[in-house]
Design a binder for this molecule. Structure first.
Ligand code: ZN
Length: 119
């Protein structure tokens, strides 16, 4: 995972920062809606989900034989398409993450997870 850069003191955050890595999940989801929401709605959830699945395949290929830059791009693309699908499904990803993972492992409730290890 790329190191996160700290925000420069006194610098005002733009509506769509040049460095999306500084966005929270909620901000990123809103940013995706602003940038791609109308196109995503025109494409529809089934075809948008298809793009997400294709991007997951590209993550797999990048993990096997890609460069670090390839992997970063494919992780970003897959996450962005997943967020587009969430927008179309009316899912707030930040709320879902908090609800499912905010109190530890969703199965055992512990952090770190204490579930039996399944290789
Ligand atoms: Zn667990």
């Amino acid at each position: 995972m790329a190191a996160r850069r700290a925000a420069k003191p006194g610098r005002r955050r733009a509506r769509a920062p040049a460095d999306p890595g500084l966005l929270t999940v909620r901000e990123f989801q809103r940013w995706m809606e602003e940038r791609y929401g109308s196109r995503d709605r025109e494409r529809g959830i089934d075809r948008t989900f298809g793009w997400f699945v294709e991007e997951v395949g590209e993550v797999s290929r990048a993990l096997r034989k890609g460069t670090r830059d390839d992997r970063e791009r494919e992780f970003a693309d897959a996450f962005a398409w997943l967020v587009s699908v969430a927008n179309l499904a009316g899912i707030d990803v930040a709320d879902a993450l908090a609800r499912c993972y905010g109190a530890g492992c969703p199965k055992c409730g512990k952090s770190p997870c204490a579930c039996p290890f399944i290789p």
